[in-house]
Design a protein around this ligand. Sequence first.
Ligand SMILES: *Cc1c(COP(=O)(O)O)cnc(C)c1O
Length: 482
Amino acid sequence: MQYQSTRDAGLRVTAAEAIVRGLAPQSGLFVPESFPRADLEAWRQLSYPELAEKVLAGYLTDYSADFLHRAAQATYGEAFGGKAGCTVKVCDGLYALELWHGPTCAFKDYALQLMPKLLVEAKRILHRGETTRILVATSGDTGKAALAGYAGLDGIDIAVFYPNAGTSEIQRLQMATQAGDNVRVYAVEGNFDDAQTGVKRVFSDETVAAELEARGIRLSSANSINWGRLAPQIVYYFYAYFRLAEQGAVAWGEPVDFCVPTGNFGDILAGYYAKRMGLPVGKLVCASNRNNVLTDFIRTGTYDARREFYKTASPSMDILISSNLERLLWHVSGSSDKVADWMRQLAQTGRYTVDAETLAAIQASFDAGFADDAQGAEEIRVRFAQDGYLCDTHTAVAFCVAARCRTAAPMVVLSTASPFKFPRDVLTALGQTAPAGDFAAMAALEAAAGVQAPQSLRALAELPVRFTQVIEPGEIRAAALQ
Ligand SMILES: *Cc1c(COP(=O)(O)O)cnc(C)c1O
């Protein structure tokens, strides 16, 4: 399998190169030039790690079968407590694909537990001996998932920058207590944008690159534009379908709809890959919070980022420029010239409009909707009262939208974070007064819901805090050079 750039029809690279490089030249994204065919009959009985191996083998053709076998087994076994791809019935025809049974309790573990192994192997395949330094600006979930994935790996170190006072207490402690000799964590004075802008500046600073190169270090990013983060997410769409078929919830070969709480469009795009590989997927429903730029785009064909940015109770979906949409545009339009032109318009004017055929092709597979914080909170309350199902603030947005976009097919909502990661918001949604501290709120939520919080979150209260340094945005460069 070769990879092309969304913005340059001439480029071809291997999977290992795409993963080491992250971004293609001119900020293009690497895309597979075709969709490997799924063997549904052969795959339906496989365990999660076995299925991961098969799906990845179609895309990562320059990686050995033996490596993929070992990596999939090591990643999706114990670390997910045997609950990788776990699907739960919520009520008739409605299911939750719970993606938060991994070590950091958010779906990003599926990619970030595997991608570091893919990167180490890619460097070996390409005979690259440098140290890779991962820089991450995070609003919470990505930082911890990346730390957990990269900690302790040879030839890699990682520095994470999060906004001081911009995360939940749980999220902060998840990062500040991270073990490992190759990890560093900094709180940055300011908001997420300050941290992100500071990190982006370091990436584009040639003096930083030169100084690090002299020391044998090359910078890289862990964010979701890397192909190595997208590919692992395709697996759970297959796994969920097979489980529904096994339970008789869908007749074999009949479609299932998926509703995905969306930010950077990575998770839902993985569902599109599954569909193009041959999985019977009906609609992929793109659920947004009040930052509903994708809802408008999927309904009208105009992407317009010139709008107010809202901070919501589902912060991992607070995004106005949804990077992975570019990959979908390339797959449906088939034209890197068109994509390059739309992306140029977006950068220059903040908006673009796709042609009618491209829009029709998108609407054939996607539906979209959004819910604000109040609707999300009401959804948390109702799901719990009616179905006994407790969900987090991101998943709640998807439940809301899913209800409006139902077809005759069963609907699977991707549940992307444990409700105990956001205990104060969830408790408030249930109609209780949340105590000030996250751990008190966690205990109150356990009592209200009658379930225990994940052990990795409960244990945080006891772990030693390793990182307490607060820096100014202007000090990110020095920290990156350390
Ligand atoms: C990152 C994240 C999302 C959004 O996923 P994208 O791939 O960026 O669309 C949704 N929910 C949670 C909890 C997340 O951490």
